[in-house]
Design a protein around this ligand. Structure first.
Ligand SMILES: [Zn+2]
Length: 99
Protein backbone atom coordinates (compact mmCIF):
# COMPACT_ATOMS: atom_id res chain seq x y z
CA UNK A 1 0.00 0.00 0.00
CA UNK A 2 1.64 3.13 -1.13
CA UNK A 3 0.77 6.16 -3.14
CA UNK A 4 2.83 7.92 -5.77
CA UNK A 5 3.19 11.58 -6.54
CA UNK A 6 2.70 13.10 -9.96
CA UNK A 7 5.98 14.72 -11.01
CA UNK A 8 4.16 17.52 -12.77
CA UNK A 9 1.33 18.67 -10.50
CA UNK A 10 2.32 16.93 -7.25
CA UNK A 11 -1.03 15.23 -6.96
CA UNK A 12 -0.92 12.15 -4.82
CA UNK A 13 -2.18 9.01 -6.43
CA UNK A 14 -4.89 6.93 -4.83
CA UNK A 15 -3.46 4.19 -2.66
CA UNK A 16 -3.39 0.91 -4.46
CA UNK A 17 -2.24 -2.58 -3.67
CA UNK A 18 0.30 -2.53 -6.44
CA UNK A 19 1.60 -0.08 -8.99
CA UNK A 20 -0.08 -2.17 -11.65
CA UNK A 21 -3.44 -1.16 -10.26
CA UNK A 22 -2.45 2.45 -10.61
CA UNK A 23 -1.46 1.97 -14.23
CA UNK A 24 -4.68 0.16 -15.07
CA UNK A 25 -7.50 1.86 -16.95
CA UNK A 26 -9.30 2.37 -13.67
CA UNK A 27 -6.80 4.94 -12.42
CA UNK A 28 -4.97 5.80 -15.61
CA UNK A 29 -1.66 6.83 -14.04
CA UNK A 30 1.48 6.33 -16.08
CA UNK A 31 4.99 5.49 -15.11
CA UNK A 32 7.87 6.53 -17.29
CA UNK A 33 11.56 5.99 -16.91
CA UNK A 34 13.81 8.87 -17.60
CA UNK A 35 17.53 8.87 -17.89
CA UNK A 36 19.03 11.37 -15.50
CA UNK A 37 22.14 13.43 -16.21
CA UNK A 38 24.31 11.07 -14.20
CA UNK A 39 23.21 8.11 -16.30
CA UNK A 40 20.90 6.60 -13.73
CA UNK A 41 17.24 6.05 -14.36
CA UNK A 42 14.59 8.00 -12.56
CA UNK A 43 11.00 6.83 -12.31
CA UNK A 44 8.37 9.43 -12.94
CA UNK A 45 4.70 9.06 -12.21
CA UNK A 46 2.10 11.16 -13.89
CA UNK A 47 -1.59 11.54 -13.22
CA UNK A 48 -3.91 11.02 -16.22
CA UNK A 49 -4.23 14.75 -16.91
CA UNK A 50 -0.51 15.42 -16.82
CA UNK A 51 0.23 12.30 -18.83
CA UNK A 52 -2.07 13.58 -21.53
CA UNK A 53 -0.21 16.89 -21.61
CA UNK A 54 3.15 15.16 -21.47
CA UNK A 55 2.21 12.95 -24.39
CA UNK A 56 1.10 15.89 -26.47
CA UNK A 57 4.17 17.90 -25.54
CA UNK A 58 6.55 15.14 -26.55
CA UNK A 59 4.54 14.17 -29.60
CA UNK A 60 4.71 10.63 -28.38
CA UNK A 61 2.32 8.25 -30.07
CA UNK A 62 1.30 5.36 -27.94
CA UNK A 63 -0.57 2.24 -28.82
CA UNK A 64 -4.34 2.40 -28.50
CA UNK A 65 -4.98 3.45 -24.98
CA UNK A 66 -8.18 2.98 -23.08
CA UNK A 67 -7.71 6.11 -21.03
CA UNK A 68 -7.18 8.22 -24.12
CA UNK A 69 -10.22 6.64 -25.68
CA UNK A 70 -12.34 7.72 -22.74
CA UNK A 71 -10.88 11.22 -22.67
CA UNK A 72 -11.38 11.76 -26.37
CA UNK A 73 -12.50 15.31 -27.02
CA UNK A 74 -15.63 16.00 -28.98
CA UNK A 75 -15.66 14.00 -32.14
CA UNK A 76 -15.83 15.89 -35.34
CA UNK A 77 -18.29 14.48 -37.87
CA UNK A 78 -15.31 13.61 -40.01
CA UNK A 79 -13.51 11.53 -37.39
CA UNK A 80 -16.73 9.80 -36.37
CA UNK A 81 -17.39 8.95 -40.00
CA UNK A 82 -13.87 7.67 -40.50
CA UNK A 83 -14.20 5.39 -37.50
CA UNK A 84 -17.60 4.11 -38.59
CA UNK A 85 -16.23 3.43 -42.06
CA UNK A 86 -13.32 1.48 -40.67
CA UNK A 87 -15.65 -0.61 -38.56
CA UNK A 88 -17.94 -1.17 -41.51
CA UNK A 89 -15.13 -2.29 -43.76
CA UNK A 90 -14.47 -5.15 -41.37
CA UNK A 91 -17.51 -7.09 -42.50
CA UNK A 92 -18.97 -5.32 -45.47
CA UNK A 93 -17.51 -5.75 -48.91
CA UNK A 94 -19.86 -3.35 -50.63
CA UNK A 95 -18.11 -0.39 -52.20
CA UNK A 96 -18.76 2.72 -50.13
CA UNK A 97 -19.60 4.80 -53.18
CA UNK A 98 -22.32 3.62 -55.49
CA UNK A 99 -22.40 6.74 -57.61
ZN1 LIG B 1 -0.40 15.57 -12.47
Amino acid sequence: MESQVCVDCRTRSPETDTNYTLISARHGWRLSRRRAADGSFAMEWRCPACWQRFKEATGMVSSPDLAAERLRPHDTPHSAFARATRRLNGHNSEPPDRG
